[in-house]
Design a protein around this ligand. Structure first.
Ligand SMILES: C[S@@+](CC[C@H](N)C(=O)[O-])C[C@H]1O[C@@H](n2cnc3c(N)ncnc32)[C@H](O)[C@@H]1O
Length: 209
């Protein structure tokens, strides 16, 4: 992370960790779908959660996560989320860098399952990359990239009463090997979401802490 950050002078790789942490109340039960090597699970999500179940279908990623990103409150499991997501009841489901790997039909099934796993007031938080304005995918191996924040919000609204989507756009720095990065972040659930007027963090901020 720091090597890329220093080279590009763009902090987009830290954004999803921070955005996700805002969705994790202290002591939360968290489900981290498509966790990859466990870096964000460990460095961001596990610090606020009482327990994190983190899953990925790549057994080598899970082996790496167990070796380099283990913590007493993280359980790493190999799981193909197209076949079903883990049972349980969660305050927060994180789905970072991954919704783009699924077809619309698969996304629908997974979002329906996530909704069933959320405790009252719980939410899903995630991040994806938007397609380029030309319609071209940012990464060719992706199944689907939403064209805009509005399109992602409309899709999520089919499954959740309350949706917030926002974006960050980082210009390309070709001389540094960078490409334009258009990131979409989302929160969705039935209750209060980060940055709502009633959001507890905001209440703390307005008290001047
Ligand atoms: C770009 S990585 C994101 C990793 C991590 N969440 C992050 O934010 O850095 C996408 C991950 O999705 C996982 N993945 C893709 N399809 C999956 C599936 N059907 N079930 C579980 N994991 C899957 C891949 O193995 C990969 O680790």
């Amino acid at each position: 992370m720091y090597s890329l950050w220093e080279r590009l002078q763009q902090p987009f790789m830290a954004e999803r960790g921070v955005v996700s942490v805002f969705a994790i109340p202290e002591g939360a039960h968290v489900l981290d779908l498509c966790c990859g090597d466990g870096y964000y699970t460990h460095m961001f999500h596990s610090g606020r959660a009482s327990h994190v179940i983190a899953v990925d279908f790549d057994s080598s990623a899970i082996a790496f996560a167990r070796q380099y990103h283990s913590a007493p409150n993280i359980t790493y499991t190999v799981c193909d989320v197209r076949a079903g997501i883990p049972d349980g009841s969660f305050d927060t489901v994180i789905w970072n860098g991954a919704i783009e790997h699924f077809t619309e039909q698969e996304m629908s099934a997974i979002l329906t399952s996530i909704r069933r796993r959320l405790k009252p007031g719980g939410m899903v938080a995630g991040y994806t990359v938007a397609a380029y304005e030309t319609g071209e995918l940012q990464l060719s191996h992706h199944e689907y990239e939403f064209p805009s924040a509005a399109a992602l919000a409309a899709f999520l609204s089919k499954y959740f009463e309350h949706v917030r989507v926002f974006e960050s756009v980082w210009p390309a720095k070709p001389s540094l090997g960078g490409v334009k990065r258009h990131n979409l972040y989302f929160y969705a659930g039935a209750g209060i979401l980060p940055f709502d007027a009633e959001w507890p963090f905001q209440a703390i901020a307005s008290r001047g802490c």
